[in-house]
Design a protein around this ligand. Structure first.
Ligand code: ATP
Ligand code: MG
Length: 429
């Protein structure tokens, strides 16, 4: 056998198979681009389940006329500049390969009017080659039309599913993006019939528009993790919609874990937010899965946030706080709610209610309903405390098994290094 270097268009077609396997994959990439362009309206049209035609129209910022021909080139992106930016992603796109891939396996027409321009431009592309370019009158935004997907890869075309299977996949994909972009209106037309229409809404309305009302709501922030969940328990068949940093994800491991925490007969929409550097989406060709940095920690925080019992004190804060270095000096009480004290170079702000609640909770043990009893019998906020009482409460805090968060996951205290205050005052510390 002789080694040969494949021509670039063949390589593109092969590589495209990683990202684009079906009409739904095309729709996903085009919708993501519309959302990245800040569209508030996304219209999708398909015919024959997207096998004959897919059209996505948005009212986003549009593409600058000078960029229009570039967007179908490999690695053409306006969203990141260097590898470093991958650590701080806020857009769906970052590879600059989606349009290139789609273009190489279809006939494509892109029309776009940039928001600062008076007219739009249109290019036609066939199998990755631009065959025409001209001016067109159109509103600001972008319209991408993809027809005859895989016309130049007959083997792959044969493997496309039946029309209604593809149509269903496209509809559920649009719903996923709609859940996590409630402010955007979405419509889907299939064979010129409207099959989905979602008006711009807020998160709750959008979820109710899609799934009806009657959800238990959870909203938690623990350390670096934020979770919002909408939950209905004891449904005949469980179903979870999971999102990480505004991206729909389908991760087996994560879903199995959440099912265990929430129960198998739970319907749930779960939004997980983490600092971008803790999540790597670049491990998956379609970005449908992510790798967590510090996965065990994240899962244990998730369990805590979603109501699973805490198994151990949160290790992530523990190393940070040298617990018995020097004594506390009580400075006073703020709004009869927060105890202010100094220890070493730190100012501590304690939530008096939460210290007391945590202490009750720990003395009650892991009994059913312990958190409620702990809360009811605790010192309230708004209660005036004497200096002696404040000192006692801080002593109690020092002996807590978990001095960091209350039974519901709220932080018990906040501390500030004096240097921060010195810096603000322009003094050196
Ligand atoms: N609907 C749109 N509105 C405005 N600009 C768009 C639109 N679609 C594509 N673009 C421009 O074309 C570029 C290429 O799009 P493409 O989807 O190929 O790459 P990407 O979104 O940057 O990265 P990825 O491959 O990860 O999706 C984008 O970076 C963006 O500048
Ligand atoms: Mg993209």
């Amino acid at each position: 056998m002789f080694v040969r270097i494949l021509p670039p268009e063949v390589r593109s077609r092969i590589a495209a198979g990683e990202v684009i396997e079906s009409p739904a994959d095309v729709v996903k990439e085009l919708i993501e681009n519309s959302l990245d362009a800040k569209a508030t309206k996304v219209e999708v049209e398909i015919s024959k389940g997207g096998k004959r035609l897919i059209l996505v129209r948005d009212n986003g910022t549009g593409i600058h006329p000078e960029d229009l021909e570039k967007v179908i080139e490999e690695g053409a992106t306006s969203k990141i500049e260097s590898e470093k930016d991958l650590m701080n992603l806020s857009s769906y796109g970052f590879r600059g390969e989606a349009l290139h891939s789609i273009a190489s396996v279809s006939r494509m027409r892109i029309r776009s009017r940039f928001f600062q321009e008076r007219e739009g431009y249109e290019i036609e592309v066939e199998g990755g080659k631009i065959v025409s370019k001209r001016k067109v009158g159109m509103p600001v935004g972008t319209e991408v039309e993809v027809s005859d997907l895989f016309f130049n890869l007959p083997a792959r075309r044969k493997f496309l599913r039946r029309e209604d299977t593809e149509r269903r996949r496209i509809a559920s994909l649009i719903r996923e993006y709609a859940i996590v972009n409630p402010g955007v209106g979405f419509t889907l037309f299939s064979n010129a019939r409207e099959v989905l229409s979602l008006r711009p809404a807020d998160e709750v309305e959008r979820i109710e528009d899609l799934f009806g009302s009657g959800f238990e709501r959870i909203r938690k922030e623990i350390g670096f993790l934020k979770v919002r969940a909408y939950i209905r328990r004891n449904v005949p068949q469980g179903e979870l919609h999971t999102f990480i940093n505004s991206r729909p994800v389908s991760m087996r491991g994560l879903k199995d874990f959440l099912r265990k925490v929430l129960g198998y007969k739970t319907f749930g929409v779960i939004f997980i937010e983490l600092p971008p550097f803790m999540v790597d989406f670049n491990i998956h060709p379609k970005k449908r899965e992510a790798k967590f940095v510090k996965e065990r920690k994240i899962l244990s925080l998730l369990r805590e946030a979603l109501g699973g019992r805490e198994e151990e004190p949160m290790p992530y804060l523990e190393q940070e706080v040298p617990r018995y270095e020097t004594e506390f000096k009580v400075i006073g009480q703020i709004n009869n709610t927060i105890i202010l004290a100094q220890r070493g170079d730190y100012l501590y702000f304690f939530d008096q209610h939460l210290i007391s609640e945590r202490a009750n909770y720990e003395s009650l043990g892991e009994k059913e309903g312990a958190d409620e009893i702990a809360c009811r019998s605790a010192i309230k906020s708004g209660e005036k405390l004497s200096e002696k009482e404040m000192k006692e409460l801080i002593e109690v805090w020092k002996n807590l098994k978990n001095p960091h968060v209350c039974p519901h996951g709220r932080p018990i205290y906040y501390r500030l290094h004096l240097k921060e205050i010195y810096d603000k005052l322009g003094r050196s510390f």
